[in-house]
Design a protein around this ligand. Structure first.
Ligand SMILES: N[C@@H](CCO)C(=O)O
Length: 328
């Protein structure tokens, strides 16, 4: 898909692959909020001024509330450039995710995560969000929060996520679960989770990106196995949830985009194996208030949403600023 179209939603393809930088003016000071819900505690983090309009930022399956840090190591650090400075950024540790939330049972559906987030925001006295910025798993939760309509949401910026899974994504996640099931039968759960994460990482990247970036002088196979082992070693049982709870939630998620009534910006990546241009075009065509679909070049595949923030930061920033004008 190239150039502008006459669809309700303008579709653009860009021709440079930006790199992330550390923002100079992001408010890195933050406050954590441990919200006690019936099912356990949900950990939220609030960045910057509590008096600014809130924007909810939801990252990928391994993401948590540490999206920005002063040393540049935050989970979604480059996104700082995309958020107008006056806003109060809210992030969180997903129930069952890699952070410190203790909610059990872990939701098996996207809707379950959305309900927990609604309840936690309500406890913080937040009913209106200027925007939700959601990437990957977080993008799907953002769509669900808008579909449910319990919160007042100014607009959505959805990066690398769509209203339904593709067949290939379903197949890949089924194989990840199979690794874990077989490993558990062999009494080697952690090894199964490592293999599942390795296969998942391959689906998050592109063939050309792996060929270019995997460390020279080491085996490519050693690289993917050691990277996945590092992630799993941090919290093995929580990493298992990525595949046994978050994966099935993504598999089951299918909505009619016409149910999303708020302005919605879409960003995707040309090398993304999981959220393809085809499914994003389908979403853009059906959204009642699509604010543009930007298909960006990336050598990082699906992980373009984390790696190529510089490519879309200004697009996202301007979109959120326009929401403020629309509201005033
Ligand atoms: N690399 C990302 C992609 C899936 O969201 C993650 O692990 O969360």
């Amino acid at each position: 898909m190239v150039g502008e179209t006459s669809l309700q939603c303008s579709i653009r393809q860009h021709c440079f692959e930006g790199r992330s930088t550390v923002s100079e003016n992001v408010p890195f000071h933050h406050q954590d909020h441990s919200i006690q819900l019936t099912e356990g505690q949900l950990l939220l983090r609030s960045y910057g001024s509590n008096s600014g309009p809130p924007v909810l930022v939801l990252g990928g399956i391994s993401g948590g509330r540490d999206i920005f840090t002063s040393n540049g190591s935050g989970w979604w650090q480059g996104l700082a450039e995309a958020i107008p400075a006056e806003l109060n950024v809210i992030s969180l540790d997903y129930a069952g995710g890699s952070g410190d939330s203790t909610v059990t049972p872990v939701p098996q559906r996207v809707e379950g995560h959305a309900i927990l987030i609604e309840q936690a925001l309500q406890r913080l006295g937040i009913q209106h969000l200027r925007a939700i910025v959601g990437g990957s798993f977080g993008g799907v939760i953002a769509l669900e929060l808008a579909r449910r309509g319990k919160l007042e949401i100014g607009g959505l910026a959805i990066i690398g996520a769509a209203h339904r899974p593709t067949a290939q994504a379903l197949m890949l996640r089924a194989l990840q679960r199979e690794y874990i099931a077989l490993a558990e039968q062999a009494g080697q759960t952690e090894r199964g989770v490592q293999l599942a994460r390795a296969l998942a990482m391959l689906s998050y990247r592109s063939a050309d990106g792996m060929d270019t970036y995997h460390p020279q002088g080491t085996s490519a196979v050693d690289y993917i196995l050691s990277r996945s082992a590092q992630t799993v070693a941090k919290a093995p049982s929580r990493a298992r949830n990525f595949f046994t709870a978050f994966g099935p939630a993504l598999d089951q998620y299918r909505i009619n985009p016409t149910e999303i009534s708020v302005p919605t910006l879409l960003v995707g990546f040309d090398s993304d194996q999981l959220v393809s241009a085809q499914v994003l075009n389908e979403l853009a065509e059906k959204l009642p208030r699509c604010a543009g679909l930007h298909l960006l070049p990336s050598s990082y595949g699906h992980d373009g949403f984390i790696k190529n923030t510089a490519s879309y930061a200004s697009i996202c920033h301007n979109f959120i600023l326009e929401l403020a004008v629309e509201r005033s």
